[in-house]
Design a protein around this ligand. Structure first.
Ligand SMILES: O=C(O)CCC(=O)C(=O)O
Ligand SMILES: [Fe+2]
Length: 315
């Protein structure tokens, strides 16, 4: 049982706003200087992917950038980050008291990098090579998708590639995640859409469009400028993208996304490997992390620090 502090619960007005817009924030988490200092401190650990649960030894085929995934399972600061009450209380206000963190991902943008193309994710079969859903909600649930908490580990500005959202777009999917996309690493930083350099990490997300003739209404897009140490909360089904890194500054942009679901959701029910971005890695050492409440469903393997040796903060 993980107790909530309840100190950072959302107000009913904030909850309504989240359901209307599909996002909420940004919120303050770390002071700017602390965030910068922390990033300097953990960088060597991040670069050392040998300790990642998807390290090369674990990779079952190809070269993989999956080592960018789930580093909360081997880097202490990230293990603490995903369980911070400033985040968890707010997420639990939206998902209910029993919450799992099932995925984290780094999103770096270096000077000159393309923006992340517009997309929505519901069951996350979008880039899964197997086309199996990665998360499955009970059949009678009102919701699908996951709540993403995207933290700015550096400044995120229009110039260096901050997020963009189309408010209110989370209720209907413009993409069919069961369609197949072709992975083409050559396309990275090489494709322009309506004059803007955008791509999806080697995939062309437009291949999933339900209507090939539709295109997102960018006039409705809002940019999410954030200072280092802030975070924003959004549904994965919200239309979201990011600006390209213009190269006007030589500093990279780094986002850290943590994804949460309630305990009744099944995570990776159809697969014992992750297959994405032209690589694959075994899920042998993978587990979800209970960040709030209790697990009465036992659908998922939960990583327990007392058993597995990982050091999660117990609250
Ligand atoms: O940071 C980005 O550019 C994209 C982030 C994103 O798509 C996500 O967190 O789901
Ligand atoms: Fe996304």
């Amino acid at each position: 049982m993980k107790q909530q502090t309840k100190e950072f619960l959302l107000s009913s007005q904030e909850i309504d706003q989240f359901h209307r817009d599909g996002f909420l924030g940004p919120f303050d988490l770390y002071p700017e200087e602390d965030m910068e200092e922390t990033l300097r401190r953990i960088r060597p650990k991040l670069i050392n992917t040998k300790t990642s649960v998807y390290s090369q030894k674990q990779a079952v085929s190809g070269s993989t950038n999956l080592a960018n995934y789930d580093r909360h399972l081997d880097v202490d600061f990230l293990a603490e980050h995903i369980a911070r009450p400033e985040i968890v209380d707010r997420v639990a206000s939206l998902l209910g008291p029993d919450v799992l963190c099932w995925r984290t991902e780094f999103f770096p943008k270096y000077p000159g990098d393309e923006g992340t193309d517009w997309h929505q994710a519901d069951n996350f079969s979008n880039v899964a090579g197997s086309k199996h859903p990665q998360i499955v909600w009970p059949e009678d649930s009102q919701f699908g998708g996951t709540i993403t908490v995207w933290a700015a580990f550096t400044e995120a500005s229009v110039e260096n590639g901050c997020l963009q959202f189309i408010p209110g777009s989370h209720r209907s999917m413009n993409y069919d995640e069961s369609k197949v996309m072709t992975y083409d690493p050559e396309s990275i930083n090489n494709v322009k859409k309506d004059g803007i350099r955008r791509g999806f990490f080697g995939y062309d997300y437009r291949q999933l469009q339900k209507d090939p003739n539709w295109s997102p209404d960018e006039s409705k897009a809002v940019s999410q400028v954030m200072r280092p140490g802030q975070f924003i909360i959004f549904w994965s089904t919200l239309m979201h993208a990011s600006h390209p890194h213009s190269g006007a500054t030589d500093r990279m942009r780094l986002g850290f996304a943590a994804r949460y679901v309630p305990t009744q959701v099944r995570v990776y029910p159809f697969s014992d490997a992750l297959e994405e971005f032209g690589g694959a890695a075994s899920l042998d050492r993978y587990g979800t992390v209970l960040v709030s409440g209790e697990d009465r469903f036992h659908h998922n393997n939960i990583i327990d620090h007392t058993v597995n040796g990982y050091r999660f903060p117990v609250r």
